[in-house]
Write a protein that binds this ligand. Structure first.
Ligand SMILES: NC(=O)c1ccc[n+]([C@@H]2O[C@H](COP(=O)([O-])OP(=O)(O)OC[C@H]3O[C@@H](n4cnc5c(N)ncnc54)[C@H](OP(=O)(O)O)[C@@H]3O)[C@@H](O)[C@H]2O)c1
Length: 430
């Protein structure tokens, strides 16, 4: 085999991550060439607006706004850092069809189309690498594919959205309400003007679908993941949770059992002494439970130009080594067909905040609704009373119960007017 004299790279996107990648290709060219054996050369960069100021200064002939010109450029690796489903998906598919290795940071494309793109890469004798699509700078895709591959993984619990973790940290530490914590996150550039993708949990759903597919060697699609965002959380939930010894986190949870795979993203009470409870601000963490390793925790910066560049460049260097050595990448296979367990079937403990009338007999009323549905109460704590409205707030902690039974209890309470209002229901993740 003739060793190539260079590895040519085309960048699709030159924004926060693309700018970081271009910069590192220029500034670290010598050490990258040493690590790969041949130089890595940026041959083209696709943008939308040629006139936009850039964080990196490139020869203007390298920049194009024409996707066909970018893909037709003689290259070995296409790095997709545009984001969003389209046109990124079509560009990735086209890059693979033309026999390029593809490196992408795109969670949405990988969550929705990962298996098809991996198969297309296999057919083309190349690979699609996506370390940066989950957890920014935290190595997690590659460890799941390689280092943990001898394990049967039973569960994965993760904080994989920095924006919501920042908001929850502010709510917890300062007693801030959701709106003002979100405004702070927006002012600091941690949250977008349209924050739904983060605060409603969609971003975490894409990432969990990717992680669960890898962990369980199966295909978990975004629509298989149950989702609840953080907008219903109130400062009093944080106060009461802390009194009970818990933090509140937006958790992405995937578990495998004989009943199938459950995958869900929702706020959860996490015991304060757990490491995950102490992952604060914009940090991300993924905890994996393997039969051989036991618990392993990966933690670090989940976003940002430099950490994400680290993940993208690790994939670029990996692909470049294969290209320089003429070796074939190892194919990733989804081996198991799996049943997705509906949320109604999960078993969890629950924190339930209720507003009830402040009069005798109320406790018996809602306790009956739980009992009739087979939900066993672990504790009932009376919180604040509103004398004017003659109501009081109660926090119920349940023993492990089926979700469907808890939901049926709450419906029965509302039907029997045993409560004025269900304030919040949060699963406890032990
Ligand atoms: N930012 C992070 O911290 C982070 C962390 C982990 C993963 N990621 C992922 O990395 C990817 C890129 O994110 P980013 O923050 O770098 O985004 P970004 O700053 O918005 O950059 C996107 C780039 O793509 C270009 N682009 C957008 N639409 C295009 C189109 N239709 N045709 C051609 N070029 C187009 C833009 O061109 P112009 O510059 O001309 O507008 C820009 O250069 C996303 O998948 C994101 O989820 C980002």
């Amino acid at each position: 085999m003739v060793r190539p004299s260079q590895v040519g790279i085309v960048l699709l996107g030159l924004g926060v991550v693309g700018g970081g990648v271009a910069r590192s290709l220029l500034e670290k060219s010598e050490s990258f060439a040493q690590r790969v054996g041949v130089p890595l050369v940026l041959r083209k960069a696709l943008v939308r607006d040629r006139l936009r100021p850039r964080s990196v200064s490139l020869d203007p002939t390298l920049i194009t706004t024409d996707p066909e010109e970018a893909l037709a450029t003689d290259s070995d690796i296409v790095v997709e850092v545009i984001g969003g489903e389209r046109p990124a998906y079509e560009l990735i598919r086209e890059g693979l069809k033309r026999g390029r290795y593809v490196v992408t940071a795109n969670k949405e494309v990988m969550a929705k189309h990962g298996p098809e793109l991996l198969a297309a890469a296999g057919d083309a004798g190349t690979d699609i690498l996506y370390e940066a699509s989950v957890g920014g700078g935290i190595p997690i895709v590659s460890p799941l594919k390689r280092d943990l591959s001898a394990n049967d993984i039973s569960s994965l619990r993760a904080i994989i959205n920095g924006t919501t973790n920042y908001i929850l940290t502010r709510m917890s530490r300062e007693g801030a309400d959701f709106g003002s914590a979100l405004a702070q996150a927006q002012a600091l550039g941690y949250a977008e003007a349209q924050p739904d993708n983060d605060v409603e949990g969609h971003d975490a759903v894409y990432k969990l679908a990717i992680l669960a597919s890898l962990a369980f060697h199966t295909r978990v699609q975004p629509e298989d993941v149950y989702r609840e965002g953080i907008t219903r959380l109130s400062p009093r939930d944080f106060r009461y949770a802390a009194e009970l010894g818990y933090a509140i986190k937006l958790l992405a949870v995937a578990r495998r059992s004989e009943a199938g795979v459950q995958a869900r993203v929702h706020p959860a009470l996490v015991a304060s002494e757990e490491l995950l409870a102490r992952v604060d601000g914009v940090l991300n963490a993924v905890q994996v439970e393997g039969d051989l390793t036991g618990r392993v925790l990966f933690q670090g910066a989940g976003a940002g130009a430099l950490p994400t560049t680290s993940a993208v460049m690790a994939d670029v260097l990996d692909a470049a080594r294969h290209i320089a050595e003429g070796s074939r990448p190892s194919a990733w296979r989804y081996t198991a067909d799996v049943t997705i367990q509906p949320i109604a079937e999960i078993i969890s403990r629950y924190y339930i905040r209720l507003e009830v009338e402040d009069r005798p007999g109320v406790l018996a009323g809602f306790a009956r609704c739980f009992g009739d549905n087979g939900v066993s109460i672990a504790s009932v704590i009376q919180k604040e009373s509103d004398e004017q409205a003659q109501t009081t707030e109660i926090v119920v902690m349940t023993h492990a119960s089926k979700e469907a039974a808890v939901q049926a209890s709450l419906a029965a309470m509302e039907e029997a007017r045993a409560v004025r209002q269900v304030g919040n229901v949060i699963r406890v993740e032990d």
